[in-house]
Design a protein around this ligand. Sequence first.
Ligand SMILES: [Zn+2]
Length: 437
Amino acid sequence: MSYKCIYNGTILTMNEDRHIIEKGAIIIRDREIIEIGDCKELLSKYHDCEMIDGKGGIIMPGFINGHCHVSMSLFRTLGEDVPDRLRKYIFPLEENIVDEKLVRVGAKLSMAEMILGGVTTFVDMYYYEDEVAKVTKEMGMRAILGESVLNKKTPDSHKPYGGIDYSINFIEKWKKDDLIIPAIGPHATYTNDGEHLLKIKDIAHKYDVPILMHLSEMDFEIERFKNEYGKTPIEYLDSIGFLCEKLIGAHCVYTTDNDMEILKKNRVSVIHNVGANAKSARPIAPIHRMLKKDISVGIGTDGPMSGNHQDIISVMHQYTKFQKVREGDRSIASALSAVELGTIRGAKAIGLDKIIGSIEVGKRADIIIIDTNTPNMLPLYDYYAGIVYGAYASNVTMTMVNGKVLMKDRKLLTTELSHIYDEVSQMKDIILNMIKS
Ligand SMILES: [Zn+2]
């Protein structure tokens, strides 16, 4: 058995009491946290441990990116600042260009960025999701992965709704994995009809897997459901019996008060992607109000084409500021609430709070260290405010997933960054050539 000890730092446990342990230590056996406490006490008790020095920084649960499309990193900065980017630019580009190699290279680049920024778990929906799963295993991250299902042909399916068959095979292949949780990903309300959505719900219940979906995100989506059904998309999904606790809905920027009641009644989780939403000039989701209604909420980056960054520190920062502006109240959306969304609440929203999201005995060791001895972090009177308002992703100095160190002192240990850069450069040439032709 292998033992590790993370010591010499302030532990933000994010447990139910939000307990903070100054000069704390954590003992890890294999993938599990087995003891948490005073540094001196634990160091005298455990001897044969691999020691990880916190150097006086913050030791906390790894961040959870509740919604992304990792492979889209290779499209970052293409077609920026244009109207209706999804239908005019992204969909046509994907149809012509996305293949297994692009998915692998893009996924690797995003995962490198996430590990360097302290993200330990992410939720992804895209194409060739089996390739994303393989890269996730190589890199050592934890992930919920869902193949996208659309009512049209996609890069990996020649027929509409081909993603359903793909998903069944994918789920059966990965269902027992320790780090990968397979899911099914109906792309959105406007790319899936009611009949297929109910079929997808049946599959999710049969295999006991999450459903990942873009929800109440687009202006044309709201228009269409209003014209066709006289309902919001969320009211429509409720009326056909699709909503359930397995659904993790990304965005929900157009939610009405009635929509919020429906989400709560059906225990649907919401993932807030404020950076990507703001860049697309969408409304800011009423997250403060959702939290008051006890709706389960997490945060995400969305795809790197939409949100560019793949780190959660910047999303926590944006969440607090946009909610304060939205509600006209600087006292809401506290730094603590942001860290909760990035850790334990995020874990709950994706159904993994029993194993991750906080530093507690019996949970998996998904832990990061944030360096506080830097100009942007000093002085530090309030740990949560320091992280949310002051930290950069580059302040993260150690990332551990399932007891395994993936990054230490800013060096990735499960991959070689220079190899990734070479592959990205090759892919950039291929993409540019295809766009020109
Ligand atoms: Zn998305």
